[in-house]
Design a protein around this ligand. Structure first.
Ligand SMILES: [Zn+2]
Length: 124
């Protein structure tokens, strides 16, 4: 559990909105923020990516997708924070593969699984 600020709630609310764009059963939304600026947003997708894809999973996770979107536009993402919302109430913590990507770019993750107003933090 972490100290939940209005800022966290605001970004998580946006991540929730983004998650609704997903066509998958387990909808996940991610918002990448740096210095109070939203760099990119993304949902999980029914396809994958050789570098930002999610290991053996058949989908591109929202975490990898949002990083890929930012990188593609040459946006500097080191030391940013990712807000991840997972709609199904399951484990919201980024999977091992996404954690590796987040570590590579020194990104801190704040996540919520949507069942309660509860947020967790994974330090970079
Ligand atoms: Zn993942």
């Amino acid at each position: 559990m972490i100290q939940v600020s209005n800022k966290i709630k605001r970004y998580m609310k946006l991540a929730k909105k983004i998650s609704l764009l997903s066509c998958l059963r387990f909808k996940v939304g991610a918002v990448l923020v740096r210095n109070n600026i939203i760099l990119a947003t993304a949902e999980n997708l029914r396809k994958t990516h050789p570098r930002f894809g999610s290991g053996p999973y058949y989908s591109l996770h929202a975490e990898g997708h949002v990083i890929w979107k930012a990188i593609r536009k040459n946006i500097e993402i080191t030391n940013s924070t990712i807000y991840v919302y997972r709609s199904n109430g399951g484990l919201a913590k980024p999977c091992k593969y996404c954690q590796d990507i987040l570590k590579e770019f020194n990104i801190k993750a704040i996540y919520s699984n949507g069942t309660k107003e509860e947020f967790s933090c994974m330090d970079k």
